[in-house]
Each structure stands twice: as C-alpha cells, then as structure tokens.
Ligand binder design. Structure first.
Ligand SMILES: [Zn+2]
Length: 115
C-alpha cells in the first residue's frame, strides 16, 4: 500500500474533539468528531447495503457540531482500518485508511491544518 495511506500516528484529541492522523508521507489530517461521525461508513449510517462504498464527504466537516459526542475507544481493524467507539454507544463504523485519507478535510480545504 502507498505510504500516504499508512498512518504513522493516530491521536484522539478529546478536548478539541478532533481525530488527528499523521500519514507516512508526512501529511497530517484533522477530522473533527462531528463530521467524522456523519461520515460513518457503516451500513446503518449509510442507509443500507446499496449505499455502501461511497467516498468520504469532506463537506460534512463544515457543519459545526457543538454536541458532546466523543470517541471513547479506537482500535485497529487489521492493518487497513480503524474502528471507532462513540460515546453514544455506536461502534459499527470501520474507517478504512484509504477512505480517511482520500476524504481528508484538510486537503479539501474544509478544515484548517494543525501546526
Ligand atoms: Zn455508523
């Protein structure tokens, strides 16, 4: 797999409500929790099996989500994805690294880069 899809570091910034992923090519993606949840790739959130396989929509990160949703646990799913457990109990979303990187809201200009 291309190193741009290999995470070097994955950081849950609970106070900032952001997930940060630093990739093998040095790019850092910033995913505010609200948009990340709105882009949950599970069959329930996508609205059925026929709707699966869509790319991440970076525009969903523009919506301000000042709710209290947090990530309570994040685990590796094989070496190709992360599984996120949300504070409301939802945990069926498996976010593939290609899905995350290709939908990076920083590269799409929707979210400011970390510095
Ligand atoms: Zn879901």
């Amino acid at each position: 797999m291309d190193i741009k899809y290999k995470p070097r570091d994955i950081i849950v910034e609970s106070s900032e409500k952001k997930l940060l992923i630093q990739w093998g090519d040095g790019h850092t993606s910033v995913y505010p929790f609200g948009g990340l949840r709105k882009n949950c790739p599970c069959v329930f959130c996508q609205g059925g099996h026929h709707a699966m396989g869509k790319p991440m929509d970076p525009a969903k990160f523009l919506v301000d989500t000042s709710d209290r949703l947090k990530i309570t646990n994040l685990t590796m799913s094989g070496n190709y994805a992360i599984q996120i457990q949300w504070s409301d109990g939802h945990n069926t979303g498996i976010y593939r690294f290609e899905y995350l990187r290709d939908g990076c809201p920083v590269e799409a200009g929707m979210v400011s880069p970390e510095n």
